[in-house]
Design a protein around this ligand. Structure first.
Ligand SMILES: Cc1cc2nc3c(=O)[nH]c(=O)nc-3n(C[C@H](O)[C@H](O)[C@H](O)COP(=O)(O)O)c2cc1C
Length: 333
C-alpha cells in the first residue's frame, strides 16, 4: 500500500476524527472492547481491551476481535471521507497480539460519493431489535449488501424460507441452553444497563426488552433459567417475521478472519443504514458449539459462519446504546 513519506501536519486531527468514528462501532454486549493510542509518529493504534472480554460467551475472543474490526472499518471510512487513503497494518506486532491494527494516513485522494455516504451512516446506525415490517427486501438491495461484504473479504449468504424456519428453532434452542447456564446469566447481567443508568456501556434494558412489551428485569435475568424459553420464543417470532436473514462467512476461523469479518460486518451495516434498512444480531446460536455446527450444515457451506443477522424495515429503536467518551478510550502521546 502507498504510504506518505512523512506525516502530514493535519494527520493528528484526522486520526482523532478516525478514533471518534471507531468509538461509535457496534460491539458484543456493547462492551466497546477497544483501546486507542495516537502516537507521536502520527499512527493510531487500535487494540483490544482485556478488561472487557466476555469469557463465557466468547472464550476465544472471536466476537471481541470482530467488534474491533467494526471499529477499524469506521476509522478507515473517516480517513477516506477526510480526503486520504488509509495505510493499515493488521496485527503488526507478534509480541503484542492485542494490537489489532495500526492506522496511518496514506496519500491524499478525493473522497468518493460512497465514502461520504458511509461516513454519514456511522452515527445513524443502531442495532434495531424490534419486529420488522412485512415488506420484502429487493434482490437489488441484497446484491448491494453482498458486494459490501465481499469488499471486506467475507461472503453474505441469504437464507431461504426453509433455512429461516430451521434457524428459528436453532436460535430458540440456543437461547434456552444459554439461560440454563448460571455463568451465562451472570455475565449477561453484568452487561445489562438498568433504565436511567449513567453507565456509558452495556445494553440498555429497553433494547433487550424488544420495546416495552416484555418484562425483562435484572433480578429475573440473574435468577430465572426459564427466561431462555420465553426469550427464545420471542426471538423465533422475530426471525420468522423478518423479510431477510443473512449469514456472514469467512475462509477460516483465526484472529485475522475475525477481524476481516468485523470489517465486512460494518461495511454491510453501514450500507444497510444508508439504504434505510434495519439490522439485528442472532449470534447466540453461534456461541453454542453444537448449534454453530448445525448452522454450517444448514447453510451447506464449507466456510466459517461468523455472524447471523436479521434485516428488514422497521421504525427506529426506542433507545440507542450509549458510548464511553473519547477520553476514556483514547490516549494521545
Ligand atoms: C460481534 C457482535 C456480536 C453481537 N451479537 C449480538 C447478539 O447476539 N444479540 C444482540 O442482540 N446484539 C448483538 N450485537 C449488537 C450489540 O449488542 C450492539 O452493537 C451494542 O449494544 C451497541 O448498540 P448499537 O449497535 O445500537 O450501537 C452484537 C454486536 C457485535 C459487533
Amino acid at each position: 500500500m502507498l504510504t506518505a513519506a512523512a506525516p502530514y501536519p493535519e494527520a493528528s486531527p484526522i486520526l482523532h476524527a478516525a478514533a471518534e468514528a471507531a468509538r461509535l462501532a457496534p460491539s458484543t454486549h456493547n462492551t466497546q472492547p477497544w483501546r486507542l493510542r495516537l502516537r507521536r509518529d502520527a499512527t493510531l493504534e487500535l487494540a483490544w481491551d482485556p478488561d472487557r472480554h466476555l469469557a463465557t460467551i466468547d472464550p476465544q475472543r472471536r466476537q471481541m476481535i470482530t467488534s474491533c474490526g467494526c471499529a477499524l472499518f469506521n476509522a478507515r471510512i473517516a480517513i477516506r471521507a477526510a480526503g486520504y487513503r488509509e495505510d493499515i497494518e493488521l496485527f503488526p506486532d507478534p509480541e503484542r497480539p492485542e494490537v489489532v491494527a495500526t492506522i496511518r494516513l496514506g496519500l491524499p485522494r478525493a473522497a468518493s460519493e460512497d465514502d461520504l455516504v458511509l461516513a454519514a451512516a456511522i452515527p445513524q446506525r443502531h442495532t434495531n431489535r424490534r419486529p420488522f415490517l412485512d415488506r420484502p427486501v429487493s434482490a437489488a438491495i441484497a446484491d448491494q449488501l453482498a458486494r459490501a461484504a465481499r469488499a471486506g473479504r467475507a461472503r453474505l449468504l441469504r437464507l431461504d424460507p426453509a433455512q429461516k424456519s430451521e434457524l428459528g428453532w436453532l436460535v430458540a434452542n440456543a437461547d434456552r441452553a444459554q439461560f440454563e447456564d448460571p455463568r451465562y446469566r451472570e455475565e449477561l447481567s453484568r452487561w445489562l444497563a438498568p433504565r436511567r443508568s449513567r453507565r456509558r456501556d452495556g445494553i440498555p434494558f429497553s433494547e433487550k426488552e424488544y420495546g416495552s412489551s416484555w418484562p425483562f428485569a435484572l433480578h429475573r435475568t440473574l435468577r430465572d433459567p426459564g427466561l431462555g424459553e420465553r426469550f427464545g420464543e420471542l426471538e423465533r417470532d422475530r426471525i420468522l417475521g423478518a423479510p431477510m436473514l443473512v449469514a456472514l462467512a469467512v475462509d477460516a476461523d483465526e484472529p485475522l478472519d475475525w477481524l476481516d469479518c468485523g470489517l465486512a460486518l460494518q461495511a454491510v451495516l453501514l450500507r444497510a443504514t444508508a439504504l434505510g434498512l434495519s439490522a439485528s444480531f442472532l449470534n447466540q446460536v453461534l456461541e453454542v458449539p453444537e448449534h454453530a455446527h448445525a448452522i454450517a450444515q444448514l447453510l451447506e457451506t464449507q466456510l466459517e459462519v461468523q455472524m447471523i443477522l436479521r434485516m428488514g424495515w422497521a421504525p427506529p429503536p426506542e433507545a440507542t446504546a450509549p458510548r464511553r467518551p473519547l477520553e476514556e478510550i483514547l490516549v494521545v502521546e
